[in-house]
Design a protein. Structure first.
Length: 259
């Protein structure tokens, strides 16, 4: 049985619910998954697309199961309107959010778990923060203001969807295993769409105290047609940005597990 690691966020638990009994399932924060992928802990794992450059000698990307699109980027927030700067809390150094922040400039960053960022900004432990996941739906209720939509910055500059997360699989088993896992992910996603009540309990159990409305907003935003088939050109563009920023060297390895 292959190991499968995903985040506890509603888009992942929605997509992968029907697979949970066919794999050795692990749930962890996405930055933790990025670090654990660098150590090669899992056969199949959700990662930040920006983290792929660090693991591509051992892993390739699948085409299904990711999070990408327009109007879904991380948000840079603060307690009041100001210029971006000071100490900026980020949801991990390997995240796509951290890479996108570089489009605005070079800043002092404080890595922390994504759900701790709003309170860090409110308390003054950080001057600004980059919000991902449910943070983009709840920041105004907490009294924070948006300084920049990093997805919008990406879209204006790159003219393509923003690839936030993807599913990586070990290269060693080969393309046929990758095709099989990809097909199972698509089937699981389509099953969740057809029978959402069957995965509702699994999603709620891991949704970290989100309200039902926020859970549904989360799924509606982050699960779309790109979750069935990645935009390969957009992924290549984001990895290219990471190479330009010196986060990892260029590679001749094929990016996806099969053509």
């Amino acid at each position: 049985m292959l190991s499968l690691a995903i985040s506890p966020c509603p888009n992942d638990t929605f997509i992968f619910c029907a697979m949970k009994d066919r794999y050795n399932l692990v749930l962890d924060d996405v930055e933790s998954l990025n670090r654990r992928a660098e150590r090669g802990e899992f056969d199949v794992t959700k990662i930040s697309v920006a983290a792929f450059g660090n693991i591509r000698s051992e892993y390739a990307l699948l085409r299904a199961g990711g999070a990408a699109g327009m109007g879904m980027g991380p948000l840079l927030v603060a307690r009041s309107h100001r210029e971006p700067g000071g100490r900026i809390a980020i949801p991990g150094e390997r995240t796509t959010a951290a890479l996108l922040l570089r489009l605005l400039g070079t800043f002092e960053t404080i890595p922390m778990r994504f759900d701790l960022i709003p309170d860090a900004v409110l308390s003054g432990a950080a001057d600004c923060g980059v919000l991902i996941h449910e943070g983009r739906f709840t920041y105004q209720d907490k009294g924070l203001v948006m300084l920049a939509d990093l997805g919008d910055v990406w879209e204006r500059r790159m003219r393509c969807p923003l690839p936030l997360g993807a599913v990586a699989i070990r290269r060693a088993p080969g393309p046929e295993v990758a095709r099989k896992v990809d097909a199972e992910i698509r089937e699981s996603l389509l099953t969740a769409r057809a029978k959402p009540d069957e995965c509702a309990g699994f999603i709620r159990n891991h949704a970290q105290e989100m309200s039902p409305d926020v859970i549904q907003q989360h799924i509606d935003l982050y699960v779309n047609d790109y979750s069935l088939d990645a935009d390969a050109a957009a992924v290549e563009r984001l990895i290219g940005l990471g190479e330009e920023c010196g986060l990892y060297p260029p590679s001749t390895q094929p990016m996806f597990a099969y053509d």
